[in-house]
Design a protein around this ligand. Structure first.
Ligand SMILES: [Zn+2]
Length: 432
């Protein structure tokens, strides 16, 4: 990968920046890693730039962020590493990712946070670690949250597992309020999902597959909203997937509760009927599972009315050994870094579910705002994190071409329209 720190000119693109309500064709000038101007640059001045990107017909926007990614390091380097995950992210048009702590050992101490940050630094990419709420993700006590935030953790989650203990959730949210970072909830009551492998509904009944009902998510979301309301902490619901959970978040926001949520591209575009149509292909198995068409409809409404704060892929790489088995025995999760942009543009923007500036806000500006990160903007003087994509580029998803180490995707063979061509990360140009 070609990395250069230089003065860069991005010429003639449609510049969309939701942070300043901007949508016009112009140039973006970057000097010493910062955004210098959003205005036409004359031919004479072009020689002053080390690199010129011709963005004619392309969209130029604040760098896309994926705030829910499993980089699998340490412990599962055969599935993904910080380096391969960063390369996959850049290929997918992202300029930064947040990584989840369900590694082995988990990201539950300062040394592991530091290790992740060092690897990200070597990859010349932005990775924001999310640390575990409890040591070993065992749900028994709290990690050294203040020290972890000081080291660079931007939030806490036992993702993969919920926090079953209400008292632990209460104290975590109390610390969250003091530290100004969110507690990120994998909302799943395990007692309701034991041995389940797909959404509980008509399709699971026909297939005879043990289901995972919506209430497994809804009861945890309801409880944790109440605890967030009581403590004043910031609760963030990861991969929200049900109509009821969405409505709980909507009502809580109206009451002024500090609750935010994310949804995945797959929960916005695929249903349990697709799982059936796939013939129970393990690449259609994830947690939470693909829900009903009514849930998808409700989530799409939540994108429009602002209840959903941002889109995140829940990139969950798995080795073939974990997926090359029966649906019931296969691991949960799919990769997402290299398909998210194309899926959102093809399935949501092209049919008019959301307009392009809203889609960009959901993949960048609003994700940055949720975590109070100084990215997601093209305002003058800000660090240059920029995505350039071609909204007309048609391409077919070939998992064999992924930069990710893993290929578990339900979109293999699908033709998508829209693909990243260049990303600028911390002022450096990553060329594909
Ligand atoms: Zn999760």
């Amino acid at each position: 990968m070609d990395r250069r720190v230089a003065d860069i000119l991005i010429k003639g693109g449609r510049v969309i920046d939701p942070s300043q309500d901007l949508d016009r064709v112009t140039d973006v000038a970057i000097r010493r890693g910062r955004i210098e101007s959003l205005a036409r640059v004359g031919k004479g001045a072009m020689a002053n730039f080390g690199a010129v990107i011709n963005a004619n017909g392309k969209v130029v926007c604040p760098g896309l962020l994926d705030m829910h990614v499993h980089l699998r390091e340490p412990g599962y380097e055969h599935k993904e590493t910080v380096l391969t995950g960063c390369r996959a992210a850049a290929a997918g048009g992202f300029t930064g990712v947040a990584c989840m702590p369900n590694t082995n050992p988990p990201i539950d101490d300062a040394a592991t946070v530091k290790m992740i940050l060092e690897k990200a630094n070597e990859a010349k990419f932005s990775v924001w670690p999310i640390a575990a709420v409890s040591p070993g993700r065992e749900g028994k006590a709290l990690t050294e949250m203040a020290e972890l935030v000081e080291t660079g953790a931007i939030g806490f989650s036992d993702d993969g597992s919920p926090i079953h203990d209400s008292h632990l959730m209460r104290t975590a949210l109390e610390y969250s309020r003091m530290l100004g970072v969110p507690i990120i909830d994998h909302a799943e009551d395990h007692s309701l999902t034991v041995l389940g492998s797909m959404h509980e509904g008509k399709a699971s009944a026909i297939l005879g597959v043990r289901g995972m009902p919506c209430i497994a998510e809804d009861v945890i979301v309801a409880r944790d909203i109440l605890i967030a309301e009581y403590t004043g902490g910031h609760l963030h619901i990861a991969h929200l997937s049900t109509a009821t959970s969405l409505d709980l978040v909507r009502q809580a926001k109206k009451r002024g509760v500090h609750v935010t949520c994310e949804v995945t591209p797959h929960h916005l575009t695929l249903t349990d009927q697709d799982v059936r149509a796939s013939g129970l292909d393990p690449n259609w198995k994830m947690s939470p599972p693909l829900r009903s068409a009514d849930d998808v409809k409700a989530l799409r409404k939540g994108l429009k009315d602002g209840t959903i704060d941002f889109i995140a892929s829940d990139h969950a790489p798995h080795h073939l050994d974990d997926k090359d088995t029966t649906f019931e025995d296969a691991a949960f999760g799919i990769v997402g870094l290299e398909t998210t942009l194309g899926v959102i543009l093809t399935e949501l923007v092209a049919p008019g579910v959301v307009d392009l500036p809203t889609a960009i806000a959901l993949m960048s500006t609003r994700a940055a705002e949720t975590f109070s990160l100084p990215v997601g903007t093209l305002k003058r003087g800000s660090a240059a994190d920029i995505t350039v994509f071609d909204p007309e580029a048609e391409w077919t998803v070939e998992p064999g071409d992924f930069r990710s180490k893993s290929v578990n995707t339900p979109w293999a063979g699908r033709t998508l329209k829209g693909r990243a061509t260049d990303v600028v990360v911390q002022g450096r140009l990553y060329r594909k």
